[in-house]
Design a protein around this ligand. Structure first.
Ligand SMILES: C[S@@+](CC[C@H](N)C(=O)[O-])C[C@H]1O[C@@H](n2cnc3c(N)ncnc32)[C@H](O)[C@@H]1O
Length: 261
């Protein structure tokens, strides 16, 4: 692992996967030690899944609770869920399980994730200086692994024989338009924007707008975030900041959302 800047946010590289981290060296060391405790858990395999709360830390738990808060806002809104920028896919799994809990018979609530599964295809000058093409990659063939995880989670809820998720691999600046051509019926109840960068956010937001209905929720992972200015610039250009209230929750300092009125 290398930590290449002494700024409050720095680029961290592990096995050639580059991400930005706001953790300081003390936090990184503490978490590395905790990972060892996790890796050497004395719990038998048969009891690990029921006891994951032993290992989920406060920031990760807050994030998960916020996803739950967002999901509850769209239970009575018709349409699919889309995540723009999936990476390891935790949100897709959470959404799949929230569907199983709150609307187990709503097989119309498809969950669609867009990602290259190889990190940022390029960056724009509007994205500033902290990010580069290839950042936020994943391991080889990760989309296959994620599909298997999503299959398992669907199998734990009703109507498991219908696949209700789709992973769209590739540059979303092309693949989202193709998805809409292939699925002209699409209404979007909830879109989670987490590309982090300008160009795909701008492009997908433009295509998404006519697919929203009153009550649709648009959430953003990085608005007002100095390390990723491109996401805010895209929102400014496509929707503006004054048309909708941009809301937040005490659960997370960065994630924000708006509800179409
Ligand atoms: C910060 S990560 C997403 C994290 C994920 N939403 C989560 O909560 O764990 C950003 C993702 O956006 C993807 N991405 C960025 N630009 C893209 C593009 N033009 N097309 C498809 N995926 C893109 C990257 O590959 C990366 O996986």
């Amino acid at each position: 692992m290398s930590n290449t800047a002494d700024n409050t946010v720095s680029k961290v590289a592990v096995d050639s996967i580059n991400v930005l981290s706001g953790a300081d060296p003390v936090e990184l060391d503490r978490r590395a030690a905790f990972m060892q405790q996790y890796a050497s858990s004395p719990l038998p395999d048969t009891e690990q899944l029921q006891n994951l709360g032993l290992y989920i830390n406060r920031p990760a738990l807050s994030r998960l609770l916020f996803m739950h808060e967002l999901y509850q806002k769209i239970v009575d809104v018709h349409g699919v869920i889309m995540e723009f920028g999936v990476r390891w896919g935790q949100n897709l799994v959470l959404f799949s399980n929230f569907r199983g809990i709150y609307e187990p018979y709503n097989y119309n609530r498809k969950i669609i994730g867009f990602d290259t599964f190889s990190g940022f295809p390029s960056v724009d000058e509007k994205d500033g200086t902290m990010v580069a093409a290839g950042d936020y990659g994943v391991t080889a063939n990760y989309d296959d692994y994620l599909a298997a995880l999503l299959d398992y989670h669907e199998s734990e809820s009703p109507i498991a024989h219908k696949q209700k998720y789709q992973l769209i691999k590739g540059d979303a600046t092309n693949s989202f338009a193709q998805y809409l051509t292939d699925h002209p019926e699409t209404i979007v109840a909830f879109a989670y924007f987490d590309f982090d960068i300008y160009l795909p956010t701008c492009h997908c937001l433009e295509l998404l707008l006519p697919r929203l209905t009153k009550g649709s929720v648009l959430a953003f992972d990085e608005l007002n975030c100095p390390e990723f200015p491109g996401e805010t610039i895209a929102l400014l250009e496509v929707i503006g900041l004054s048309k909708y209230a941009i809301k937040r929750s005490p659960l997370n300092p960065l994630i924000s959302y708006l509800i179409v009125e």
